[in-house]
Design a protein around this ligand. Structure first.
Ligand SMILES: Cc1cc2nc3c(=O)[nH]c(=O)nc-3n(C[C@H](O)[C@H](O)[C@H](O)COP(=O)(O)OP(=O)(O)OC[C@H]3O[C@@H](n4cnc5c(N)ncnc54)[C@H](O)[C@@H]3O)c2cc1C
Length: 402
C-alpha cells in the first residue's frame, strides 16, 4: 500500500479493488468486443458510492478529494479501462467545472444527473481545432433572449450516451462583437439542434463512444452559460483549470492499466516454465520486472502528488501535465513489456494484454497530447507564455509595449 495514502484512502482503495475484481473485471473483454457502453457499471458505482464522489455534500455528493477519486479510478482501470474512464468523468472534468463555476441551478442539475448515473460530455475539440483549441469555430450568437449555437465538435467521449454536455463556443453579442469563449450546458434529447452525427471506429477503449456532434441553430437561454468569476473574456482559462482534474484522471487510467498488465505478467513469469525453470529465474526477466515496477512507482507518485496539489481547488497545471505525460508514455512501455513476457499468448485475444495495449495507446493523445503538455510544463517552468502561432511573440511584444 502506498505511503502517500491516509488510512481512509487505503480503505477506499481496497473497497474499489474488491468491486473492480468482483464485478468489473468479468465484463471487460465483453465490453471491448461488443463496443457497448456498460450501463451496469453505473449501477455498481452508485451502490458502492463511487459516482460523483467529488461533488460537494451540499449537492448530494461526498465532498471527496481528487486523491480519493484517483484511488478508485486506479483500481477500476486495473481491471477495465472503460470503468476507469467512467469513474474519471463522473468525478472530474465537466462536472467539476460546473461545480466550481456554475450557478446554483446548474450545480443542482449537474449533481442530480451525475448521481443518477449520467457521465457528462465535454465538447472542446473540432476537426480544425485540436491542440489549438482557441481556433474553434463553433459560435454562440446572442439573438434576443437566446444564444444560437452553430458548429461541429469531434472525438467527444460519451457522445450518444451522455445526456449533459458542456459545450465550448465563441460567444458574440447582438452586434456581432466577439466576447470570449463560453461553456454552455445542453441536455441531449431535450435540446433541439444537438445532433450526434457519427461514432469513430476507435483502436481501443471501445466501450465508450467517441462521437462527432453538430449544433445546428441550437437555441439556449443565457442561464445555460457557465459563467466563471472573470467573465467571458478570461473565463475560458478559468474553465480550462477544471481540465487539470481530468488530466490527472486520464493519467490515473493509464496508471491502472499498466499496473494491471504488470500484475498479470509478474504472476505469469512464476507460472511459465522454460528450460526447466520459471522464466522469472532468468536475469533478463527479473530486470525487466524491476524496471516496470520502477516506472509504475514513479508514475503513481506523480499522479498522487498532482491530485493532492488540488486540495483547495483544481490540481496544479504543471504537476497535472507532468503526471499525465510521464504516466501515459510509461504505461505504453510497461504494457508492451508485459505483453512480451507472455510470448505468443500475449498476442492472443484470449488474454487481456492485447486489449490493454490498444486501450493504453490513447493516453498520450486525448486531453492534451504529450507534446502540447510539454509546452504547458515548459511555460510553467519558464514562467512565461510560449505562443505557438507564427506571430505570437510579436503580438506579446506589442502588448507589452502598450
Ligand atoms: C479517445 C479520445 C477521446 C477524446 N475525448 C475528447 C472529449 O471528450 N472532448 C474533447 O473536446 N476532445 C476529446 N478528444 C480530443 C483530444 O483532446 C485531441 O485529439 C487532442 O487535443 C489533439 O488534437 P488533434 O487530435 O486535433 O491533434 P492535432 O492538434 O492535429 O495534433 C497532431 C500532432 O501535432 C502535434 N502538435 C500540435 N501542436 C503542437 C505544438 N504546438 N507543439 C508540438 N506538437 C504539436 C500533436 O502533439 C500531435 O502529435 C479525445 C481524443 C481521443 C483520442
Amino acid at each position: 500500500m502506498s505511503a502517500f495514502l491516509a488510512p481512509e484512502q487505503a480503505a477506499l482503495k481496497a473497497k474499489a479493488r474488491e468491486v473492480a475484481q468482483d464485478t468489473v473485471r468479468a465484463r471487460a473483454a465483453e465490453v471491448d468486443r461488443t463496443e457497448e457502453y456498460p450501463w451496469d457499471h453505473l449501477e455498481t458505482f452508485k451502490d458502492a458510492g463511487f459516482l460523483g464522489m467529488t461533488i460537494p455534500e451540499a449537492y448530494g455528493g461526498q465532498s471527496k478529494t481528487w486523491l480519493d477519486a484517483v484511488v478508485v479510478i486506479e483500481e477500476m482501470a486495473k481491471c477495465c479501462s472503460i470503468a476507469g474512464r467512467i469513474a474519471v468523468e463522473t468525478n472530474m472534468g465537466a462536472v467539476s467545472a460546473i461545480m466550481a463555476y456554475g450557478s446554483e441551478e446548474q450545480k443542482k442539475m449537474a449533481a442530480d444527473m451525475v448521481l443518477a448515473g449520467d457521465k457528462p460530455a465535454i465538447c472542446i475539440t473540432e476537426p480544425e481545432a485540436g491542440s489549438d483549441a482557441s481556433g474553434m469555430t463553433t459560435r454562440a450568437d446572442k439573438r434576443g433572449n437566446q444564444y444560437v449555437l452553430n458548429g461541429k465538435k469531434h472525438w467527444i467521449t460519451g457522445g450518444g450516451v451522455s445526456r449533459l454536455h458542456l459545450i465550448f463556443a465563441k460567444v458574440f453579442d447582438e452586434q456581432g462583437n466577439f466576447e470570449g469563449v463560453g461553456g454552455f450546458l445542453a441536455i441531449r434529447d431535450e435540446t433541439e439542434g444537438l445532433e450526434i452525427v457519427k461514432r469513430e471506429p476507435t483502436m481501443g477503449l471501445r466501450g465508450i463512444p467517441e462521437a462527432e456532434i453538430e449544433f445546428n441553430d441550437m437555441q439556449l437561454p443565457p442561464s445555460a452559460l457557465v459563467m466563471p468569476p472573470r467573465g467571458l473574456k478570461k473565463g475560458f482559462a478559468d474553465l480550462m483549470t477544471a481540465y487539470n482534474s481530468q488530466r490527472v484522471g486520464a493519467g490515473t487510467v493509464a496508471l491502472g492499466i499498466m499496473e494491471g498488465a504488470y500484475e498479470l505478467a509478474k504472476d505469469w513469469t512464476e507460472e511459465r516454465e522454460q528450460f526447466g525453470r520459471p522464466i522469472n529465474e532468468f536475469q533478463g526477466v527479473q530486470w525487466n520486472l524491476a524496471d516496470m515496477s520502477i516506472r509504475i512507482a514513479a508514475a503513481q507518485a506523480l499522479i498522487y502528488k498532482a491530485a493532492e496539489s488540488g486540495r483547495d481547488g483544481f490540481p496544479d497545471m504543471v504537476m497535472a501535465a507532468q503526471a499525465k505525460i510521464y504516466t501515459s508514455e510509461n504505461a505504453i512501455q510497461v504494457v508492451n513489456e508485459a505483453l512480451q513476457l507472455f510470448g505468443a499468448r500475449g498476442y492472443s485475444r484470449n488474454l487481456p494484454l492485447e486489449r490493454m495495449a490498444r486501450d493504453v495507446r490513447m493516453f498520450t493523445i486525448g486531453g492534451g497530447t504529450a507534446e502540447v503538455l510539454r509546452n504547458v510544463v515548459a511555460s510553467g517552468l519558464l514562467q512565461k507564455k510560449l505562443p505557438q502561432t507564427r506571430d505570437g511573440y510579436s503580438k506579446l511584444a506589442a502588448r507589452a509595449a502598450e
